[in-house]
Design a protein around this ligand. Structure first.
Ligand SMILES: *[C@@H]1O[C@H](CO)[C@@H](O)[C@H](O)[C@H]1NC(C)=O
Ligand SMILES: *[C@@H]1O[C@H](CO)[C@@H](O)[C@H](O)[C@H]1NC(C)=O
Ligand SMILES: *[C@@H]1O[C@H](CO)[C@@H](O)[C@H](O)[C@H]1NC(C)=O
Length: 329
């Protein structure tokens, strides 16, 4: 009962933000950074939770509170696939990720505040990270400025040790994952199967993967929009958990290839050197960041989160940059 009440009391602030963004969008050339303190309005932040979590979970909401503490006045939106927390949790295990992502794209594009903001920032936890990257590649309306991911599976997984003993939903999903991974039945229903990727059996992956092989542009035909959209980010920040034993291999958090004992860093891989998804272009302008955080998967300290929110989130500076360029001309 607490969460809706909290939302209601915040509503007037959200509406004030909406009109700010609207005026920035409508009259970009008249924005004068020195006299326009509306530029101090922080961009909205979209949070996508991980496997087995829900949008309304206490832990996730406390991350949102931290965002607001670091940048007061931030509108925080928690991605959900269903307004029922228990259905939202189920959807982290079961569903067609392409369809789930399309729904999230529709939700963000239809949101009265998010859709009028000049840009948004985004933070994805675990699988929520690669799904937000998919959002940037496939939709990006409203456009993302900084994408921050924690322990995400950008290069897929070969295993997941994510279930507590009593979690039958999770255990059922993991049993399925190790069954007929590449059947279209499973690829359209089991979420982790759609980012399963074994370098020893890349052909099956390339042929059948319903999500990851597509957003990583690993197939012969590349989608140029994907690369253009990633390159348009200001920052793509990947946090790796040093002692992650849940996600196998953990190096997937940095987009590395782990084949047996051989680890190939992102910058030595074709996906980077041939710029399949815009990472090289982004890197050249200084926007690709590799960071570590101590501990096991999703053991996050407030310090690390605050550091990220301070460095990458906050007010939108794009409009003032534009004005400066115009002044110089
Ligand atoms: C590439 O992706 C964009 C965004 O999802 C989509 O609109 C377009 O149809 C795709 N192009 C191809 C050739 O698949
Ligand atoms: C997942 O959904 C998309 C969009 O509806 C569809 O094109 C695709 O075939 C589905 N995937 C599978 C494996 O059925
Ligand atoms: C992984 O290593 C195996 C040999 O152990 C090799 O056949 C395969 O092509 C490698 N996969 C990739 C993606 O490099």
């Amino acid at each position: 009962m607490r969460a809706p009440t909290r939302k209601m009391t915040k509503l007037p602030v959200f509406l004030a933000l909406a009109s700010t963004f609207h005026s920035v969008l409508a009259t970009p050339t008249s924005v004068k950074p020195s006299s326009d303190d509306e530029n101090d309005t922080p961009l909205p932040v979209v949070i996508w939770h991980g496997l087995g979590d829900t949008f309304s979970a206490e832990g996730l909401q406390s991350v949102g509170s931290l965002v607001e503490k670091v940048n007061p006045g931030t509108l925080v939106y928690y991605v959900r696939l269903d307004e029922s927390p228990s259905n939202d949790r189920t959807a982290t295990f079961y569903g067609n990720v392409t369809e789930q992502l399309a729904k999230v794209c529709d939700d963000l594009a239809a949101h009265p505040i998010l859709s009028t903001a000049p840009a948004i920032d985004a933070v994805g936890f675990s699988q929520g990270g690669q799904f937000l990257r998919g959002y940037v590649e496939r939709c990006n309306y409203p456009p993302v400025r900084s994408l921050v991911t924690f322990g995400s599976q950008h290069n897929g997984i070969v295993d997941y040790k994510a279930c507590s003993a009593a979690d039958w939903l999770c255990k059922g999903a993991m049993a399925l994952l190790h069954g007929n991974t590449w059947s279209s039945w499973l690829q359209s229903r089991l979420v982790p199967a759609q980012y399963f990727r074994d370098p020893q059996d890349l052909d099956s992956y390339l042929e059948h993967s319903n999500f990851l092989a597509d957003i990583n542009n690993e197939r012969k035909e590349k989608n140029e929009t994907y690369a253009k959209n990633i390159a348009s980010l200001e920052n793509f920040v990947m946090y790796l958990f040093d002692d992650d034993t849940t996600v196998i291999p953990k190096e997937t958090g940095w987009f590395e290839e782990v084949n047996g004992t051989e680890v190939t860093p992102l910058r030595a891989r074709p996906i980077y050197s041939e710029d399949w998804i815009g990472l090289k272009t982004l890197d050249r302008k200084g926007g690709l960041k590799f960071k570590t955080t101590p501990g096991e998967h999703m053991r996050l300290s407030d310090e690390v989160l605050e550091e990220a929110f301070t460095e990458f989130f906050g007010p939108y500076k794009g409009a003032s940059k534009e004005v400066q360029v115009q002044d110089e001309l």
